[in-house]
Design a protein around this ligand. Structure first.
Ligand SMILES: NC(=O)c1ccc[n+]([C@@H]2O[C@H](COP(=O)([O-])OP(=O)(O)OC[C@H]3O[C@@H](n4cnc5c(N)ncnc54)[C@H](OP(=O)(O)O)[C@@H]3O)[C@@H](O)[C@H]2O)c1
Length: 342
């Protein structure tokens, strides 16, 4: 496990190197970010630009790599997923362990019921607010009217934060997409979230925002792993400048041992989970594996520090798994949204 002094030094170095950037962002948020605390903002480390989709493996050894969103915000490329991390302790322990291990992005959602745990772990970690990037998502029951604003304020209270870093529409399933999207933009303009995005949006929903003349999301969080590569959505998001956040990057562990990835893992003397993480990271996605197991929390971040997949392995092996899934050899368990109500 990396010791915290090292992690702290690394972040301090980045902050010194990048002094100017957050001054602009800080103007809009204008607060400490921790509820009731009074720390000054500092800047975040520089990252890869959104255009850099295929990342050479020698450049991705650092788990603190970031990606620059369209607005200039630096977003960590790796973080902890918390879906099914149970409230009341399990989720709090997982987030605390992850923060100790060097994770700087935590992905939660109103629907997960664990924002209170995330908030407690953050508070107890005693990190500077701008050293962590917190993502939460609007519950599909809260679309339309002024529901989004009330729901985000409730999330902030549960998380003990003054703002989140990224607020996503969890799914288009809740309908009223234009109205809800407009609410998210207003919340961002009011400083309650630094960036806004969507999740589970396909081409149809993304294009409907564009055709309505709306500002496009900065991030689309969708199911993405080497077994389910969603190449059409990937290329549309690349074209529109929307960063892709890969959820279920381990395919929930359900395919381990059942595909040619097992052979590649054996050849490379690593785990299939590590290869899944490397594949998604080297594709340029933001990767958020979930674990509540301390060893696996450490192993998952360590996957970014070991040797990567060579271009040949990326194209010849891992990409082939995706071709398999499109031929129906593996299950497509991606939730398909119904047509939008707008
Ligand atoms: N926007 C959305 O609609 C949406 C949907 C799904 C997920 N997400 C987000 O994406 C995150 C990740 O996706 P996910 O939770 O569906 O699945 P995942 O990260 O692909 O897989 C998690 C499963 O793999 C196990 N695991 C973790 N590390 C492992 C390792 N090194 N070796 C073997 N097994 C390992 C975990 O068990 P242990 O916990 O016991 O380690 C858990 O059962 C979620 O937690 C959530 O934050 C978003």
């Amino acid at each position: 496990m990396p010791d915290m002094a090292h992690v702290g030094n690394r972040w301090s170095r980045h902050r010194r190197a990048e002094g100017g950037h957050r001054a602009k962002q800080g103007g809009r948020v204008g607060r400490s970010g921790w509820r009731g605390a009074h720390n000054a903002h500092a800047s975040q480390p520089a990252g890869k630009s959104l255009e850099t989709w295929e990342v050479p493996c020698e450049e991705v050894r650092n788990s603190d790599a970031t990606l620059q969103l369209r607005s200039g915000i630096q977003m960590p490329r790796f973080g902890l997923g918390t879906w099914q991390s149970q409230r009341g302790g399990e989720c709090k322990r997982a987030v605390a362990e992850a923060l100790r291990a060097g994770y700087r992005l935590i992905d939660t959602a109103q629907a997960y019921g664990n924002e209170v745990d995330v908030g407690q772990a953050l508070r107890e970690a005693r990190l500077h607010r701008n050293e962590v990037f917190i993502v939460t998502k609007l519950n599909s029951r809260e679309h339309g009217g002024s529901h989004a604003a009330a729901a985000l304020k409730t999330s902030l209270s549960r998380l003990q934060l003054d703002y989140v870093d990224l607020f996503l529409i969890h799914s288009p399933r809740g309908g009223f997409l234009l109205e809800t999207w407009d609410s998210l933009i207003e919340l961002r303009n009011a400083g309650l979230t630094r960036a806004v995005g969507v999740s589970n949006f396909g081409a149809q929903q993304l294009m409907s925002l564009q055709q309505a003349g709306r500002e496009l999301p900065e991030v689309n969080q969708i199911e993405l792993h080497c077994f389910w590569q969603q190449r059409e959505t990937e290329s549309l998001c690349n074209e529109l400048g929307i960063a892709l956040m890969a959820y279920s990057p381990l395919a929930r562990g359900s395919l381990f041992g059942a595909t040619p990835l097992a052979q590649l893992a054996q050849e490379k003397a690593c785990s299939e989970a590590a290869l899944c993480i490397r594949w998604a990271f080297q594709k340029g996605f933001i990767v958020i594996p979930k674990s509540v197991n301390p060893q696996r929390i450490l192993a998952n971040i360590a996957a970014l520090r070991g040797p990567g997949l060579t271009p040949r392995e990326m194209q010849g092996h891992a990409d082939a798994l995706g071709r398999g899934s499109q031929q129906g050899e593996t299950r497509d368990y991606t939730w398909k949204p119904p047509p939008s109500h707008d």
